[in-house]
Design a protein around this ligand. Structure first.
Ligand code: MG
Length: 322
C-alpha cells in the first residue's frame, strides 16, 4: 500500500500515533517563558483534543533550559487518564530521580547522529552520551517505564552538513541495544526531503530495525515536513512527532518554522484515511490557546486556513462554529 493512495481498499483503517512535542520541544524553543498554570491548561486542551502521548517537559539542569525549569512542579499537575502518557526528557540519573519524584513513568533520552551536534547540545560526544544513558535506561527499565531514544541531526547537522543514513542508523541500533522501546529520528535543522527519508528507513530496515519501533520528528523549516511524513508512512512508520500550534522555532534559522504543526499532520492523516484519535476543531482550540499565550499568530497552514469539510466544502475549526 502507498500512503499517498490512502489506506482504502480492504486494508481497513490503519492507526497512526501522534506524539505531541509542543509542551517540551515547542515551548523550549520559544523566547517567551510560559507560566506553569498556562502549560497545564495547554496540556489539558491537548488531552481533550484526543492526544494520548504528550512529551510534557524536561528534567535537564534548571539553568540549561529556563523555559522548562518548572518541570518538578508541572508534572504532578497534569490530568492522569488511562491511556495517556507524558514522557519527559531525562539527561542523566539525577534527572531520572527528579522525574521519578514528580511521578513520571515514561522518559526520552536525547543524543545525535553527529558528535559536533551532541557536544554543542548536550555537552558530550555521542559515545559518552550513550554511556550515560545506559544506566538511565537500565534504571527506567527496572521501574517498568516506557523509554524513547532520540537521534537528532539524523539528516543534517548545522556544524558538519549532510548526515548519511548509516551514521544515524548506527546510533539508533545502539539505543535499541540499550533497551529503548522506540527510536526517533529527528530532522533538527529541517533539511530532509522524501528521498533522504526513504534512504534512512531502508537502511534501518536492512539493519533489522522494525518500523513499529521507529518514530520520525520533522521540522517544517523548508516546507518539506508533510512530504517527509508521507515518505515515512509509505515505508511503514506509524508514529510521528508534531507540535500543536507549530510552536518551537528553528534555533539554527532565526525566524523560520520549526516543528511540524500537529494540526497540519492531523489534516494530512484525515485526508489519507488514517485513524489517529485527534479531533481537529478541538486541537485548533489548543493551538489558538498557546498562540495567544505566546502572543503571536498561528504559524501552521491549517491554523490559518482551518480544516476542510469534504461534504460541505467549508472550512472547519475556525473557532466560530464551536
Ligand atoms: Mg523539534
Amino acid at each position: 500500500m502507498s500512503a499517498s493512495d490512502g489506506p482504502g481498499g480492504n486494508l481497513g483503517r490503519e492507526y497512526v500515533r501522534i506524539y505531541e512535542v509542543g509542551p517540551r520541544d515547542g515551548l523550549q524553543n520559544e523566547a517567551r517563558p510560559v507560566p506553569t498554570v498556562e502549560k497545564r491548561r495547554f496540556i489539558e486542551l491537548l488531552v481533550a483534543a484526543g492526544l494520548r502521548e504528550i512529551e510534557a517537559t524536561s528534567f535537564v539542569a534548571l539553568r540549561a533550559v529556563p523555559q522548562l525549569a518548572d518541570a518538578d512542579a508541572l508534572l504532578p499537575l497534569l490530568p492522569r487518564r488511562r491511556g495517556v502518557r507524558y514522557p519527559v526528557l531525562v539527561p542523566n540519573l539525577r534527572g531520572l530521580e527528579r522525574a521519578a519524584s514528580a511521578g513520571a513513568d515514561a522518559i526520552a533520552v536525547f543524543t545525535a547522529a553527529t558528535d559536533a551536534f551532541a557536544e554543542h547540545n548536550i555537552g558530550m560526544r555521542v559515545d559518552a552520551s550513550l554511556e550515560t544513558f545506559a544506566t538511565v535506561l537500565e534504571r527506567a527499565g527496572g521501574l517498568g517505564w516506557w523509554r524513547r531514544g532520540y537521534v537528532s541531526t539524523a539528516f543534517g547537522c548545522p556544524y558538519t552538513g549532510r548526515v548519511e543514513p548509516e551514521r544515524a542508523v548506527r546510533v539508533a541500533e545502539r539505543l535499541l541495544d540499550l533497551g529503548v522501546d522506540e527510536v526517533c529520528f529527528g530532522d533538527t535543522v529541517g533539511v530532509a526531503v522524501p528521498s533522504h527519508v526513504r534512504a534512512l528507513l531502508a537502511r534501518a530496515t536492512a539493519a533489522g530495525i522494525p518500523m513499529e519501533r521507529v518514530a520520525l520528528h520533522f521540522h517544517d523549516t523548508r516546507g518539506t515536513a508533510v512530504a517527509n511524513v508521507v515518505a515515512g508512512l509509505d515505508a511503514g512508520v506509524r508514529c510521528f512527532d508534531a507540535s500543536t500550534g507549530g510552536t518551537g522555532g528553528c534555533p539554527y534559522a532565526p525566524g523560520a518554522a520549526g516543528n511540524l504543526a500537529t494540526e497540519d499532520l492531523v489534516y494530512l492523516l484525515d485526508g489519507l484515511g488514517f485513524g489517529h484519535g485527534v479531533d481537529l476543531p478541538r486541537l485548533l482550540d489548543a493551538a489558538r490557546f498557546i498562540a495567544a499565550v505566546l502572543g503571536r499568530p498561528l504559524s501552521s497552514k491549517v491554523g490559518q486556513a482551518g480544516g476542510w469539510d469534504p461534504q460541505t466544502g467549508q472550512p472547519v475549526g475556525r473557532g466560530s462554529e464551536g
